[in-house]
Structure formats: structure tokens, C-alpha cells
Design a protein around this ligand. Structure first.
Ligand code: WTA
Length: 631
């Protein structure tokens, strides 16, 4: 691709052009891809319905742009380097040619198992190259993948399968994670007890553990690809055909299926990857996310591979076998761009600089951060000890819904500032609105972060429920996409993300709806009512604080708390287990019966002196009682 920004004035120029004539700007970027038929119109949109269409009527296949487009000149170049959990197990390298062959074989296998264009396929698998192969094989044949993070419970998995009526699950027997061996297939078996749409389950052998294989439904990965051809004609896709669904949490209800489509997602993930990370041919790029999250989709798989990059995938955890593992991998594979989350940085920071000492880290050129606001202390530690003061930090702000990075420094081009995501990418028009929807112009302002013009990789809908998409993102501020984040634009025009302004919390970079956790807690038979809020947590960024009204009969407080944690574990997964549970006699409510979360948030944060006026509450006396019992 030849759309790389290399200087600050180049950025400013590109940015201005992208705002003055977005259609011309994006058509120029899109021209570097391989299309069977070019678009009739670059963009058509309105944020009322909403309806957003990019590269209208263009025909292509995203995997031809990842595979065929690169084979001729770099078929032998590593596409994926896979580093296993156990450092003594050999790593695996797949060249672009090998990736092509594996994707085609698996695509043929999926077709042979009855999967057709438009069918939904669930991928519930650990961090192995087959995760990427399965995603690309779906894209190859036009099936819609929905990757579910392999740490989610059977219940969460079954909800997602039912919501999108998936026909197939691709999974593994188990998963190695640090010193643990984790069951995966048995979770799928349990999930499938409450679903009816799944016809086939393809199982990758990873741990070799004992599992049940159901006759007629379950097939081993190695059996299913047996004898399959390495040739597969890619399905011709429309730019607006669905590429994938990814479930994510919001303020209310169950997680929703964010829908991304083929054309715009391709153009934007590649463009943003190349620019933000300043990837050069021959570099090794590593993003430590899991493919179960959007970061894994856009910046482990699609963005890098579309740019012909070498992308590293790591199966394990940062602290196994010791807290120097990340740095050992950077040195071993001579990683040039390293992209991780603030929670990982803070967790490693807690071990001091000792674990970094044996490593040179001299191959690193760019280091990145994503998923939550990075605090200044972590920023400096990352900058000084990992980047050795010479690597720019790209603090990339974006969301599952945005598909790609929207606000971020361009490495080595945009001057950075600790804890600032800095400036919008070309093509992105952020605005700050006050609570009445008035646009706050100029600098030194703070408010709700919205985007006023579409960009190619934005969500198109929420699967099966377009009204929910409209309500959630396009109704708070008419005519704008509302991100749910608060933001400040400082005196230099730089953006600093302040965190969510809605009932979404960000725990170790994982997005969670407080309502979702409350619903899980309420499943416990002794729980009468609950309220969940986030509170500042040293490592996780935010922790989960649950206030619970319970029937205590026959239970001790400790027993009950342990049972509640287990209930949440079972319903959502370990990532949603509350860090603190407080049994309370009541919850502060307004006269209309609404829980006053503002007060609960303050108590959880320890700011009990600034609760404001509580006299208008229905039950002001519970506030005192809660404060007394708080941690
Ligand atoms: C937060 C992850 C501050 C934000 C890619 C957003 C960030 C939510 C940053 C989306 C950042 C993400 N600085 N906050 N650099 N990146 N966030 O959908 O609150 O898992 O709305 O996407 O994470 O989380 P999601």
C-alpha cells in the first residue's frame, strides 16, 4: 500500500483532504486493493435510520487481498509466527503461501460440511494459528464468523449461538494457558444443550485431553481437511455483505452482535494499521490481544495480513513461565512493533524492572496501547523501560463498533503526550457535545465524544435488531454517532479519553455492562436485588463492585459471596466475577424507584464526603448504612 503518512505536515495535509473531500480521499485509499468490480459510489449514508454503505456495489473477496495479492512477490514471507504457551515447544511459522493453502483447504472442508455464503459460524478457540485460518476460511466462502472469546462460559456461548442462529462451531479440545490446561470442548458441549441451530462442530486437537465426540455432529479438524484441495475459488462478495459479527457489552441487556461488512472494514483496518504502526516490509509486528476481541480481529488478523505484514500470535500469558515472557518473545522474534493493553503493562510494572533486565528489546521501534485509558505512571514506565525512551507510544482509541483505530498518534509522526490518544486519523471527524447536544468548538473543552461523519469500518447494525443499533448509538445526539466515552480536547487540540459516561465498565480492558453483571448476580436464588458499579483498580483499571440485597437465611456472608461469584463465573465467565461484594440492607433509590448509581459509584470510590444531596431519595437512611459497611 502506498498511502503511508511520514511527516507531521503530511498528516495535516492528508487530514484536511480527507475532511474536504472524503469520497475522493477514500477512493484513492481503496484503489490499492484488488476488486473484481469497482464501486459505483464511495459512500451513501444517513445517521437517522442509520444507513451507511461504503464502496457501493463493489465486488471482491477480502481473502484475495490478503492471500493472492501477496503471493506473487512474497509467497515465502512469514504471514503468521505463532509462539506457543510453553517456551520449550517450538514456534510455528506460516508463510503467505502456506496460509493460502491452509485457508483454502479449510474453506473447502467447511463447504463440504454444508456451510454456505451467509451462514453464521462460531469460532470458540484459543490463540492458535487455526483461529486465523478459520476466520479467513469463513471470509473466503462468504460465511459470517463470530468469534467468541474462549474464556466465556457455556451460557454466554449459547446466548451468542442462539442470537445469530449459527450452523457450525469451530473449537478445540482444550487450551494451554500458563500452567493451566483449560477445558474448551466440554464448554461447547454444555452450551449446545440449549441451542438448536448447530449442525456440525469441528474440533482442533491442541491439548490431547480426553473429550466426548458426538457421532454425526463432531468432527476433528485434521479429519475434516484430509484430502481437501489447496485450491479454492473465493466467493465474490459485495462490499456491504457481512464479514463478521462480534458480540460486545453495552449499558443495557445482553451483549449485542456488532456487524461489520467486507469492503469498508478491509480498507480502514489496512489503512490504519499501516499508518499508526508505520509497518515496513520485513518488520515483525506483535499484538498481544486475543482474537476473541475486536483488537485481535482488526490488528492481529485482518489489518496486518492485508498489508502483507508478519503478525505474531501468542498463545500464553505475560507471566508464564515468568514475568519476562513478553520481553523474551520480543527478543526471540525481533519484534519491531509491540501492541498491548494498559492492564498488562500495570501488571508487569508491579514486578519492577528486574524481569526486563535479561533482554535487549533493541528491535522495538513502536509500542502501542489499547483498550482503556493509560494512566501517566504506566505510560512513563512503558516508555522508559520497554521503549527505552526511543520508541513512540501509540495510545490508540477505538471500539468494537468503530472496527479500527480512530484517534491515535501516527508513530514517529505525531508528537505524543502521556495519556493522550492525541489526534484523529484522516477521515475521522470527532466532535465534543455537551449534555444538551451542543457542539463544543475550540480547544480546552470536555464532553461527550461523538463522530459526525461516517468512516469505512463503522458498524452497520446490531445483528437481528437494527432498532437497538439506532437507539444505542444514534439517538442520544441526533445526527451523530455517540461513542459512550467522555473526552477532553486540551489547549493544543489533543484528545484525552476520560472513560465511559454510560453504564459500561472496562475491567482489564474487557468491556462489561453493569446490567449484564447484575442480571447474572440476580440468578442466585438468595439474591433479592443488586447494583454493580466500577471503581478504580490499580491493575485492572476498573474493578467490579457489587452491592447486593440478600436473603441471608442459612448462609454466612462469606459463603454467600463465594456462591455469588461462582454464579457470575458460570453465567458470564471468570472475567466478570465481582472484585468486591457488599451485602446491603437496601439500595438508594429515587422516588420513581430508580437506583442512584451515582451515589453507589462514589461510595465504591471512597468519595463519601461528596455525595451531594441525598435527602430527596426514597430511602436516604440506607446511604449511611452502606457507607458504614463499605470497604
Ligand atoms: C475504551 C477496544 C482510552 C473506551 C478496542 C472504549 C480506550 C472502549 C482506549 C471500547 C484508549 C479503548 N484510551 N480508552 N486508547 N481504547 N478504550 O469495544 O472506553 O473492547 O469505548 O474496543 O474501550 O472497548 P472495546
Amino acid at each position: 500500500m502506498s498511502n503511508k503518512i511520514q511527516t507531521l505536515s503530511g498528516y495535516i495535509y492528508e487530514y484536511q483532504r480527507s475532511v474536504q473531500d472524503p469520497e475522493h480521499f477514500w477512493s484513492r485509499v481503496a484503489d490499492s486493493f484488488f476488486w473484481h468490480k469497482r464501486w459505483d459510489k464511495v459512500v451513501e449514508w444517513n445517521f437517522e435510520e442509520p444507513r451507511v454503505e461504503w464502496f457501493k456495489n463493489a465486488k471482491f473477496n477480502i481473502t484475495e487481498n490478503i492471500l493472492e495479492r501477496h503471493l506473487f512477490i512474497m509467497g515465502d514471507k512469514p504471514a503468521i509466527i505463532w509462539e506457543p504457551n510453553d517456551p520449550d515447544e517450538p514456534h510455528v511459522t506460516l508463510t503467505y503461501q502456506q496460509l493460502h493453502d491452509e485457508v483454502c483447504r479449510f474453506a473447502n472442508a467447511m463447504k463440504a460440511q454444508g456451510i454456505q455464503k451467509g451462514d453464521r459460524v462460531i469460532i470458540y478457540i484459543p490463540m492458535v494459528p487455526e483461529a486465523a485460518i478459520a476466520m479467513l476460511a469463513c471470509a473466503r466462502i462468504g460465511a459470517v464468523h463470530s468469534v467468541v472469546f474462549a474464556g466465556f462460559s457455556a451460557n454466554s456461548l449459547s446466548d451468542r449461538i442462539n442470537d445469530c442462529q449459527a450452523k457450525m462451531v469451530i473449537t478445540s479440545d482444550g487450551n494451554f494457558r500458563g500452567s493451566k490446561k483449560i477445558d474448551v470442548k466440554s464448554v461447547v458441549d454444555e452450551a449446545l444443550e440449549t441451542t438448536s441451530s448447530i449442525e456440525k462442530v469441528i474440533v482442533l486437537k491442541r491439548t490431547g485431553q480426553e473429550i466426548d465426540m458426538k457421532d454425526g455432529r463432531d468432527i476433528w479438524w485434521h479429519d475434516v481437511i484430509e484430502g481437501m484441495s489447496k485450491v479454492n475459488k473465493a466467493e465474490l462478495m459485495d462490499a456491504e455483505d457481512m464479514l463478521f459479527i462480534l458480540y460486545t457489552s453495552g449499558s443495557t441487556g445482553k451483549p449485542k452482535g456488532v456487524v461489520h461488512t467486507c469492503g469498508g472494514y478491509m480498507v480502514y483496518t489496512a489503512y490504519s494499521f499501516q499508518n499508526v504502526f508505520q509497518y515496513n516490509h520485513g518488520d515483525v509486528y506483535w499484538c498481544t490481544a486475543d482474537v476473541g476481541w475486536i483488537t485481535g480481529h482488526s490488528y492481529i488478523v485482518y489489518g496486518p495480513l492485508l498489508c502483507g505484514a508478519t503478525t505474531l500470535m501468542f498463545e500464553g500469558v505475560p507471566t508464564f513461565p515468568d514475568p519476562g515472557r513478553f520481553w523474551a518473545i520480543c527478543d526471540k522474534h525481533q519484534v519491531n512493533q509491540f501492541y498491548t493493553a494498559p492492564t498488562a503493562i500495570r501488571a508487569l510494572q508491579a514486578y519492577g524492572t528486574g524481569p526486563l533486565e535479561p533482554y535487549k528489546l533493541n528491535s522495538l521501534r513502536v509500542i502501542g496501547s489499547v483498550g482503556e485509558p493509560i494512566n501517566e505512571e504506566a505510560w512513563h514506565w512503558y516508555h522508559d523501560h520497554v521503549g527505552k525512551g526511543r520508541c513512540p507510544i501509540v495510545d490508540t482509541w477505538w471500539q468494537t463498533e468503530t472496527g479500527g483505530i480512530l484517534i491515535s498518534p501516527i508513530a514517529g509522526v505525531t508528537p505524543t503526550k502521556p495519556s493522550y490518544a492525541t489526534l484523529p486519523m484522516p477521515g475521522i471527524q470527532p466532535v465534543i457535545l455537551d449534555n444538551d447536544g451542543k457542539e463544543l468548538t475550540g480547544n480546552s473543552v470536555e464532553g461527550n465524544l461523538c463522530i459526525k461523519y461516517p468512516w469505512p469500518s463503522m458498524l452497520r447494525t446490531t445483528y437481528g435488531d437494527h432498532e437497538r443499533c439506532r437507539q444505542t448509538y444514534f439517538s442520544s445526539f441526533k445526527g451523530y454517532y455517540f461513542t459512550g466515552d467522555g473526552v477532553k480536547r486540551d489547549e493544543d487540540g489533543y484528545y484525552r479519553i476520560l472513560g465511559r459516561v454510560d453504564d459500561v465498565i472496562n475491567v482489564s480492558g474487557h468491556r462489561m455492562g453493569t446490567a449484564e453483571v447484575e442480571n447474572a448476580i440476580n440468578e442466585h436464588p438468595k439474591v433479592i436485588e443488586s447494583a454493580v458499579v466500577g471503581y478504580p483498580h490499580d491493575i485492572k483499571g476498573q474493578g467490579i463492585y457489587a452491592y447486593v440485597i440478600c436473603d441471608m437465611e442459612g448462609r454466612t456472608e462469606e459463603n454467600l459471596k463465594a456462591e455469588i461469584r461462582e454464579t457470575v463465573n458460570k453465567i458470564i465467565g471468570p472475567i466478570a466475577k465481582p472484585d468486591k461484594i457488599q451485602i446491603v440492607p437496601g439500595l438508594p433509590k429515587t422516588r420513581s424507584g430508580k437506583i442512584m448509581r451515582r451515589i453507589l459509584r462514589k461510595i465504591a470510590t471512597g468519595e463519601t464526603s461528596s455525595l451531594g444531596d441525598t435527602s430527596t431519595l426514597l430511602n436516604p437512611e440506607v446511604v449511611e448504612a452502606i457507607i458504614e459497611g463499605a470497604f
